[in-house]
Design a protein around this ligand. Sequence first.
Ligand code: PY5
Length: 306
Amino acid sequence: MPINEVSKIWMDGQLVDWSDAMVHVLTPTLHYGWGVFEGVRAYDTERGPAVFQHREHMERLHRSAEILQMDIPYSVEELMDATRDVIRAAGVESCYIRPLAYLGYGEMGLNPLPSKVRVAIAVWPWGTYLGDEGLANGIRAKISSWTRIGANMIPTGAKAAGVYINSSLAKVEALKAGYDEAILLNEHGRIAEGSGENIFVVRDGVLLTPPLSEGVLDGITRGAVMRFARDLDIPLAETPLLRQDLYTADEAFFTGTAAEVVPIRSVDEREIGAPGPVTKQIQDLFFDVVKGKNERYLGMLDFVNS
Ligand code: PY5
């Protein structure tokens, strides 16, 4: 997925020109992956760009940093202000937002604590992560031969940069085998999540998703979908899932900021089928909410120009 350049990137309190947003090659995060990030989206609404679940994302960035003992020198409020500033400077109506906290240049070695924590927030216009066709008709997924990293290997509650080697290994394996996305099992062999998405299954009208104790990211979209399900009176349970639960699912879908709500059409060549009624209901509500078309959920949006 190519990045579409805009004019400015926010770095440590300044809006710098896109091409000047550089770090030194000896920045430790580049070597060891010690950093935390977020993926956030702003959508085009009638009232201008609006960031979906803005505070929740910045709070998770702070939690991720706390888990890795990184002291982010900006409050949640300051980070939200910075994001709004960079969106306005970029002049985009909708965009993906990538806040990153990393270790600044100056120290080297495996002790991250002496390094100064730096923060950057970049935005750029970005289309559907798993493709328009996938969003409409569902994607083909494969159970990965790579195991999702366990919570005692690298804390799964932290959206840590280095963890994504695990995700990317799974993603590349799936793509090379001709699939759209990977599903990783956890160290106990149960369903964890996609390479960059949480997963939901529908069985007999009940929406099921693995609990956080299965070692999955506490997805903001996952949380929003659970709220929508409750409001729509769709029965919901957080429960451990086995691979076979996907093979026999009535419906399945992924959730994530980049991916949004994407139906899963098949897993390991076993047909789940075209997007079903529960998936469609959730997907429709999701897109209405993010585009500011549902009054009830306007509180989930942070309007950049208000
Ligand atoms: N699980 C993993 C491993 C993720 O990386 C993500 C998000 C999710 C679940 C879903 O979380 P949320 O709903 O909070 O986004 N992945 C990032 C994203 O921006 C990076 C993907 C390229 O969606």
